[in-house]
Structure formats: structure tokens, C-alpha cells
Design a protein around this ligand. Structure first.
Ligand SMILES: [Fe+2]
Ligand SMILES: [Fe+2]
Length: 352
């Protein structure tokens, strides 16, 4: 594929622009306090670690969308009877569809993150939060930029936003409470993205996709830490009914995210029976393991916020994601240190 930017493919959407009516309270902060030391350290890190995709990434690297860019075992029906019925050219097409679907959802999720973070700058009451949040707005714009570029120049293909992801973004962006925006975006959506990015970074066969994902992950670890640090303080003071409401929100988001990763749209586009493919995916031990790993960052963070009551544990156990509760949380020092080691050239990063 061409290594120079081309305008031959652009993302098609109908309608191209949608507007949502929202209302939330904007918060001035006249004290300009900077005594939330961990948040200020994150802010310093964010300023130091800004990167420019134009010169950091080698966009001349060729990408073959029909090759195993991401291991086939990440495709839901891999290893099932449905997979064994596919011929070589169908497998190539399925790889192209599956990787495009995955990266298109990242692109749409990144736009959601861009909009949610812009809202956080307005609504979060702490000055440190506004200051840090401003760096995240720029980070998210950069993430939209790199996924858009990869899709249009390297895959020359696209997918609309998945209905479950769209529903989750709408819930987050229209809720008037700033802490719900944090909980939905920074803890749930970004927590899942971080785990999914980790799988891609550590398994992709393409250097550009690996470097792009590693660069995005450097930022995303800070973003999840921003959510955990900000909400931990807030959640300490919640009443029982307020806590229950947030637990329900987390559970609803977890169900939407589980359903979004069943790749239904891919099966439809392949002309395969979506119900049969989803059923095969649900039964496949490999795909099940993969889906559960995507919750490896979310569950410990939810627990550290005090949102893992017995009632919630029971529901998480039914979703089969409770086993992650004792993983490390996304505190400033843990995940960011892991990124630092990776960048310093550690052979591999243990996936949790
Ligand atoms: Fe992002
Ligand atoms: Fe993010």
C-alpha cells in the first residue's frame, strides 16, 4: 500500500455529523490549588511525554491487511468448526474485516474520549483536574489522528461505531455528573482499551501497528490513573444509595462492553450467520479467555474505588470477570513504571 498520505479513502458515515443536547454544570475554580501531588505529577509527566505521530511513527512501513496482523486466535470463531470451513481467501478477508472493525472501534472510542475529556475540563471542580484534563484532550486528539490515519491509509476500510459502544458513549456524554463521566470513560472504556491495546502491542506482527499502539498506551496509562486518583477521593464520601447507583452504572457498562466485543457486524459483513458466529464465540474457550482478559484492568480499579460490594461481586462473578479483582490498580506509579520499562527496551511486558 502507498506509504505517502493519500486521499483516496475516506471514512464514510451517514449522517456525517450528529448533535446531542446535553446539560451539565460548568465549575469555575478560583483557588488554583496545586496540592494534589499525584495529579500534579501526572500533569508534569503528560507535558514531558507529549509526542508527535508525524515524526515518531514510521508511516512508510507497509501493512498487508490480509496477513495475520493480529494473531488469528483473537478472532472470535478461531478454532471452531466455523473457522475450519473457511478457505484461504475467506480467512484473508475475515482478517481484513476483523482488524478493521477493531481499529475502527478504537477510533470511535477515541473520539468519545476526546469529547468526554473536554467535558471533564469544564465540570471537574478541582483545578488540578482541569489542568491535567487539558493534556488529555490533546492526547485524545492525537489518538483519533493515528487511528484515522492507519484506517484510511493502511487498511483502506472502515466500520461505523458498534451500537453497544455508541450507547455507552451516549450515556457517559449526556450524564450531567462529572464523576459519572470519569467512571464511564476513564475507568470502564479506557480500562478495557488499555487491556486490548496491550494484547495488540505484544502480539502484532506489524512494526507500525506495534509502535502506534505503544505510543497510545503511554498516554492511556496516565488517563486511567487520572480516573482512579480523582475518583478514589470522591467515592470515599458517597452515601450508600449514591454508591449503589455508581455500582449499577459500572455493571451496565461492563455488560455493554462484553456485548460489543462479539464482533456481530463483522459476521454480517462476511455474509456469515451472525447468531451462529456469536454462539460459537461464546462457546469458544480461547475467545472467552480473550474477552475476560479485557477486563483485567477494570475490575481491580473498580475495587479500589470501593465499588465492589458483595452485590457487585456476585454480578461480576456471573460475568466471569471477578478473578481479576486482585490485579494491581492503575495507580500513578505502577502502570506508568511498566510503560517506562517497556520504552527502555524490556523484552516483554507481562500482561495482567
Ligand atoms: Fe485515547
Ligand atoms: Fe485516553
Amino acid at each position: 500500500m502507498s506509504s505517502t498520505p493519500s486521499n483516496t479513502f475516506h471514512i464514510k458515515a451517514d449522517p456525517p455529523v450528529e448533535q446531542l443536547g446535553i446539560s451539565h454544570d460548568l465549575a469555575y475554580n478560583w483557588e488554583y490549588d496545586t496540592d494534589r501531588a499525584k495529579l500534579m505529577r501526572l500533569y508534569e509527566n503528560a507535558k514531558r511525554d507529549q509526542w508527535n505521530s508525524t515524526d515518531r511513527l514510521d508511516w512508510s512501513i507497509d501493512v498487508d491487511p490480509e496477513s495475520e496482523l493480529i494473531p488469528d486466535m483473537g478472532i472470535g470463531i478461531y478454532g471452531t468448526e466455523m473457522w475450519s470451513k473457511l478457505n484461504d481467501s475467506e480467512i484473508k478477508r475475515l482478517r481484513h474485516e476483523a482488524v478493521t472493525w477493531q481499529l475502527a472501534q478504537f477510533l470511535h472510542g477515541e473520539q468519545g474520549a476526546l469529547l468526554a475529556t473536554a467535558q471533564l475540563v469544564e465540570t471537574v471542580p478541582w483545578y488540578e483536574g482541569k489542568q491535567y484534563g487539558a493534556t488529555q484532550v490533546m492526547d485524545e486528539a492525537r489518538h483519533v489522528e493515528v487511528y484515522r490515519r492507519f484506517l484510511t491509509e493502511k487498511l483502506e476500510h472502515d466500520y461505523p461505531i458498534n451500537p453497544e459502544l455508541r450507547k455507552l458513549l451516549d450515556i457517559i456524554l449526556t450524564d450531567s455528573r462529572w464523576d459519572m463521566k470519569f467512571l464511564g470513560m476513564q475507568i470502564m472504556v479506557e480500562g478495557l482499551a488499555l487491556a486490548a491495546f496491550g494484547v495488540i502491542r505484544d502480539t502484532t506482527t506489524n512494526t507500525l501497528l506495534r509502535d502506534l499502539t505503544a505510543a497510545v498506551m503511554e498516554d492511556e496509562t496516565r488517563h486511567v490513573a487520572f480516573g482512579v486518583l480523582s475518583l478514589r477521593e470522591f467515592c470515599d464520601d458517597l452515601s450508600e444509595s449514591e454508591r449503589n447507583e455508581r455500582e449499577d452504572f459500572v455493571y451496565e457498562a461492563a455488560v455493554l462492553m462484553r456485548d460489543r466485543i462479539l464482533n456481530r457486524e463483522v459476521w454480517e459483513r462476511m455474509g456469515m450467520d451472525p447468531e451462529a458466529c456469536v454462539e460459537a464465540t461464546m462457546r469458544s474457550p480461547l475467545a472467552t479467555e480473550f474477552r475476560h482478559r479485557l477486563f483485567s484492568k477494570i475490575v481491580p480499579n473498580v475495587k479500589s474505588l470501593g465499588l465492589l460490594s458483595d452485590r457487585q461481586r456476585e454480578r461480576f462473578a456471573k460475568l466471569d470477570i471477578l478473578q481479576h479483582e486482585n490485579n494491581t490498580t492503575s495507580d500513578v506509579d505502577a502502570d506508568i513504571e511498566e510503560e517506562r520499562r517497556y520504552r527502555a527496551g524490556a523484552d516483554s511486558v507481562a500482561f495482567q
